[in-house]
Ligand binder design. Structure first.
Ligand SMILES: [Fe+2]
Length: 290
């Protein structure tokens, strides 16, 4: 009897997982399409996960089958996610019409590129926020020499791209953007370090306490490192339109925009000294690195 190339299992939470194996070519199309249609039309689980971890190759025909399955899932109210695909395959799936938001655990060397793409997608309707984000990511790239390791540089620049995605309407949940950004990234399977950096960027805990969201934010471990400092530095020395500015100018602008009764203003006395310290530490590391 031939070995099945498409495995179907059910998780304890009711999600169905479909795992194709090996080379997914014309010889597998019928089996794959049958499994997908059967699950989406008849089983109708709350979530269908297409786990591509074992896929060595996926031909264009089957790429189209997976893209069509995502649309069929939408029709049938089955949330379809694609897990563990390679970066190259992720690009092909996106080109075939699969939303980046469905793709989970796509990482590796392309972390920064994926972060930029996701931020651009989510902030498409917020041009001022996007210009700020571009400025912050550029600023972050310029201070990677203050970090101890290359892996830290990827985490920093990815977090810089993503740090304000919590403002996007499709990401907004609690209304506190660092927490919403972190929750979103965790939810779609980004590396937890990036989610945590986003959740805590620019001393978010000080403001979360005013919002009454400290407990929620504490679900994200806070790192106290050169990476966290560099992210704060980049964010706090770039203004709303992406213009580089001194910390004091940035803080004054922030207080003016948010208003005296805002959570930002209430958190300011405790937060500002911490921001100044982070900026000072980065500048000191820049001197050492030079
Ligand atoms: Fe920001």
């Amino acid at each position: 009897m031939a070995t099945r190339q498409v495995e179907v299992t059910v998780n304890t939470d009711g999600a169905v997982v479909i795992r194709p194996h090996g080379r997914v070519d014309a010889g597998v199309t019928v089996e794959l399409r049958h499994a997908l249609v059967e699950v989406i039309r008849h089983t109708r689980p709350p979530r269908l996960i297409l786990d591509l971890a074992d896929v060595e190759e996926l031909d264009p025909l089957n790429l189209g089958v997976l893209a069509a399955a995502c649309l069929l899932g939408d029709d049938q109210r089955v949330a379809v996610f694609v897990d563990h695909c390679s970066t190259a395959l992720a690009d092909e799936l996106i080109a075939a019409g699969v939303s980046r938001l469905r793709l989970r655990h796509v990482h590796g060397p392309s972390l920064v590129r994926d972060a930029r793409r996701l931020a651009q997608l989510l902030l498409a309707g917020l041009p001022e926020r996007w210009r700020h984000t571009v400025g912050v990511a550029t600023r972050a790239e310029g201070i990677v020499d203050t970090l101890p390791a290359e892996a830290d540089a990827g985490a920093l620049v990815a977090a810089a791209w993503l740090h304000d995605i919590g403002y996007a309407p499709q990401v907004r949940d609690t209304g506190f953007h660092p927490l919403d950004g972190g929750l979103h990234l965790r939810g779609i399977g980004w590396p937890d370090r990036v989610a945590c950096l986003v959740a805590h960027h620019s001393e978010a805990m000080c403001i979360a306490e005013v919002w009454g969201l400290a407990d929620r934010l504490a679900e994200f471990p806070r790192e106290d490192t050169a990476v966290a400092d560099a992210l704060t530095y980049a964010d706090q020395t770039v203004g709303p339109n992406g213009r580089v500015m001194e910390l004091d100018e940035r803080l004054a602008d922030m207080l003016r925009r948010h208003g005296p009764e805002s959570p930002n203003a209430k958190a300011h006395p405790g937060r500002a000294p911490r921001l100044r310290e982070a900026v000072r530490r980065v500048e000191s590391r820049q001197c050492t690195a030079a």
